[in-house]
Write a protein of this length. Structure first.
Length: 434
């Protein structure tokens, strides 16, 4: 660890890894500060796989391409349904470590921000603990400098997802809704006979926009889904209703259900659920705590449902529960440009775009038939939406950029966050080289 860095990236998730990797490759002295124990954020600790497919005309895609190449070395990546973003979340932790270290980036895990030294418009340095400390030690930081470390930074990128660094700095935020999109808590079940389940589900559900299965590199891969919405006729509807009637599931457990196979885990399925519609979604610590407890209880009910209703699940068991909630929307900083839903609808062009996507406006609701999934044309995201209005050397990457709540529903997916992280690092490198 150095005393001064060209770039400090706060948060080693999707956008943060891309920003740090790109900056390191461009020769910038770069540090990632991550509060958790691994890189990857939602992809690894959150079990959010696969990365959703986006536009064929994406820009700033080197990180994503290099990540695919690295994961292939571990036999932990596949292309399924024309989407190369299918990764093994556990092996991904190792691959990201390798990539970041090879790029010459320093990493600090299990590290929080104690304070920030700054002028009115400029961040000068970041203060972190020198060692893992009990919270009871924190009040004596100012009296005992040996317990903290001051690290200088020319530029900082907040890629915490919830704009936690910006919150410390008292940055201005856009309207913070009290009721955000519902959280999810992902999990994995293993010990599944995928051949038996695939044969059954492909016969039971003939809608190939919902249920698919194919053999890739000698391994069976599949995906299927169900929601309580009336947007389409769901093949699994009668099974979920029967489970509620029998008390196996709560009615709210049926609101959203989706499963995927995982590369390198031949007897496992990753679950994109439960979606926690019974819990209020905000960043209050009590709400987060209640949601985690409710989510784990719902996971157990869903696992029992699968074992009771699905062929192939006789010996199945819960093998992994996400360490973090799936938060789709949260704080959004006020930047130099507020990106809007209208910009997306119009496909507005910008002088310095950091990302190009056509991922739909995907806003989840706690209410039945209340979610939005709106297809749109290709759109660009400008660098100005990644610039803080308050601090001249603070940038933001990820779902917490300067955008309205509906636009956030489109820009929050992983490939777009990769592009934002890579794009902002290139922009900062250009500023440093001036």
């Amino acid at each position: 660890m150095k005393e001064m860095y060209d770039l400090i990236v706060i948060g080693g998730g999707t956008a943060g890894c891309a920003a740090a990797y790109t900056a390191g490759k461009l020769g910038l002295n770069t540090l990632i500060i991550e509060k958790g124990g691994c890189l990857g954020g939602s992809m690894t600790a959150g079990l959010v796989v696969p990365a959703m497919k986006s536009s064929e005309n994406q820009i700033n895609t080197v990180f994503f391409s290099d990540l695919i190449f690295e994961m292939k070395k571990f036999n932990s990546q596949i292309s399924y349904q024309n989407n190369p973003g299918w990764f093994n979340p556990e092996i991904l932790k190792i691959a990201l470590d390798t990539m970041i270290l090879n790029a010459g980036v320093d990493v600090l895990f299990d590290t929080s921000i104690l304070s920030v030294n700054h002028t009115e418009k400029h961040i000068k340095s970041i203060v972190i603990p020198k060692e893992i400390l009990s919270p009871y030690n924190y009040p004596i930081q100012d009296d005992n400098k040996l317990l903290s470390v001051n690290i200088g930074a020319r530029y900082v990128v907040d890629s915490t997802g919830n704009c936690e660094f910006g919150k410390i700095l008292n940055c201005k935020f856009l309207d913070e809704e009290k009721n955000l999109q519902p959280f999810s808590l992902r999990f994995i079940m293993s010990g599944i006979d995928l051949s038996e389940f695939s044969e059954w589900i492909m016969d039971y559900d003939t809608d190939r926009e919902v249920t698919t299965s194919e053999v890739i590199d000698g391994c069976l891969h599949l995906s299927t889904a169900y929601t309580w919405d009336n947007s389409r006729k769901w093949a699994l509807d009668s099974l979920f209703k029967d489970a509620v009637k029998r008390g196996v599931l709560k009615p709210s457990d049926t609101n959203y259900f989706q499963v995927f196979t995982v590369p390198g885990m031949p007897s496992s399925l990753a679950f994109n659920c439960p979606r926690l519609v019974d819990e209020t979604a905000n960043l209050d610590v009590q709400c987060i705590s209640n949601s985690l407890i409710a989510g784990r209880a719902a996971i157990y009910r869903l696992s029992e449902f699968c074992k009771s209703y699905f062929p192939g699940f006789k010996n199945a068991y819960i093998s992994n529960i996400s360490d973090m909630l799936g938060i789709r929307a949260s704080r959004r900083i006020r930047g130099k440009y507020v990106y809007t839903l209208q910009d997306i609808i119009e496909g507005k062009k910008f002088k310095n775009p950091v990302a190009i996507s056509n991922y739909p406006v995907d806003v989840h609701s706690k209410d039945k038939d209340g979610s939005t999934l709106r297809k749109v044309q290709e759109y660009q995201i400008p660098i100005e939406s990644l610039m803080s209005e308050d601090y001249e050397n603070l940038f933001i990457a990820g779902r917490c950029i300067s955008c309205d709540s509906m636009a956030q529903g489109a820009i929050r997916v992983q490939p777009t966050c990769f592009s934002m992280g890579e794009g902002v690092a290139k922009y900062i490198s250009g500023l440093i080289s001036l």
